[in-house]
Ligand binder design. Structure first.
Ligand code: GDP
Length: 408
């Protein structure tokens, strides 16, 4: 299904991925409509201005919680495809405001489906699900014993250990109100396909980053502070849990995947979208320092004196039966050779010119954590998807973005 002259409606167009998706679709010749909430001041969404596409998009005012506004958005856009990206997507906020999160992510999603069902349009609907739906993924027997002790039950119990890389059939064990809300969206999409024949497809997108990523997400937290360090606006980096592992893709890969799903995805089906890598928050931080010009020689925990030489050295060993881009510190953390937690207080990073303190902020550790995400994306690869960007490409784009003082 080529996008030339197709009508596309994007919910969440003023969000991070929405802007990239709109830009890619405009390049393909689509007519793009975007749903935005009413703004008292008529300010234009910054991301669309930054992408240089603000004048090429038809913005429609509406609200996911107001079904009448959704019905009229369908009338004015007459969409062939809807990308439903709008949501409250920040995990810590979902703990602080669980009701808000469920309202927008669950009620908002079913409102959209109901509006489509009641109207005479038959668009494909691509739903932005998330790796947070998998949540608690079991990566080793030791970790299984640890989490079992901590949570009492694990449901469903794993059928194999490790449950990595994560395929679409993996169990869903969301660990935050955000994750729970996206499981709802995921299931309701299929339910509307089965019940009413709506043309829904679910993307379970693993983390995606790049220039313009929200400042509260960890990759921006890191690259923004690294740039502030570079310009002497700060003398330390403050961070939460550095031992978490994520599968970080470039947002540009992610939106190509969304488009591919609309073109070739099977209706009623689910597709993982990710990079087939897993890297620690600590690695992201150290590699960001390196990309900013500080080669890392050694790290040392502030308490307990744990020392690791050359933590960013490339590691080529297979893990979980796979070869992927990772560092020595990634391997050590994954194998349980080293651990960092709140009790360590932080880490000193030794570079040739500078000793950089990384402080652990206890407030940034979460009530419940997703320890590791690592995608198996063979299913979307079968319909032609290929990821184009490496970890350092993403880091460079984020550093460049924060080079501009007005973005910091
Ligand atoms: P998420 O995977 O959707 O929750 O994406 P985030 O970018 O918000 O968080 C990724 C991981 O980084 C989580 O395991 C967090 O606990 C960890 N993390 C460590 N320090 C921070 C921080 O200062 N901010 C955020 N947002 N996450 C942090």
């Amino acid at each position: 299904m080529p996008f030339k002259d197709k009508n596309v409606l994007i919910t969440g167009i003023s969000g991070f991925a929405g802007g990239y998706l709109a830009e890619a679709l405009i390049k393909k010749g689509a007519t793009v409509y975007g749903l935005i909430r009413k703004r008292a001041d008529w300010r234009k969404p910054k991301n669309l201005v930054d992408h240089g596409i603000i004048d090429k998009i038809n913005l429609i005012e509406g609200d996911l919680l107001d079904i009448t506004s959704l019905a009229s958005a369908l009338d004015s856009s007459q969409p062939d495809v809807i990308f439903h990206l709008a949501s409250q997507s920040y995990v810590p906020r979902s703990f602080e405001s669980p009701l808000d999160t469920q309202q927008i992510n669950c009620m908002g999603t079913v409102n959209l489906l109901e509006a489509i069902r009641m109207k005479d349009y038959d668009p494909k609907v691509i739903f932005a699900g998330t790796s947070e739906e998998y949540g608690l993924v079991i990566s080793s027997r030791e970790q299984y014993i640890r989490v079992k002790k901590r949570y009492g039950t694990i449901f469903p119990e794993p059928e194999k250990i490790p449950e990595i890389p994560i395929a679409e059939e993996n169990p869903l064990r969301p660990m935050s109100p955000y994750g729970v809300s996206k499981v709802y969206g995921d299931y309701i999409m299929r339910n509307y396909h089965h019940s009413y024949g709506l043309k829904t497809i679910v993307s379970r997108a693993f983390n995606h980053e790049g220039a313009g990523r929200g400042k509260k997400f960890v990759t921006s937290v890191i690259t923004r502070q690294v740039m502030q360090l570079k310009t002497n606006e700060t003398d330390r980096i403050v961070i939460g849990n550095v031992s978490a592992f994520r599968d970080w893709s470039h947002v540009k890969d992610m939106v190509e995947g969304y488009i591919m799903l609309a073109e070739k995805g099977r209706l009623g089906d689910i597709y993982n979208q990710g990079s087939m890598r897993t890297n620690s928050v600590l690695s992201y931080l150290l590699l960001s320092l390196e990309e900013a010009g500080w080669a890392v020689a050694r790290i040392e925990s502030m308490k307990k004196g744990k020392v690791i030489e050359k933590p960013t050295e490339i590691d080529n060993s297979k893990m979980f039966g796979m070869k992927f881009e990772k560092t020595k510190i990634d391997r050590m953390l994954l194998e349980g050779e080293i651990e960092f937690d709140i009790k360590d207080k932080g880490i000193f990073v030794y570079t040739e010119k500078k000793k950089i303190p990384i402080e652990f902020d206890p407030n940034r550790f979460r009530p419940a954590e997703v320890p590791i995400l690592f995608s198996n994306t063979k299913k979307i690869q079968k319909i032609g998807f290929e990821s184009r960007y490496g970890l350092r490409d993403i880091i460079r784009d984020q550093l460049n973005y924060f080079l501009d003082p007005k973005n910091r």
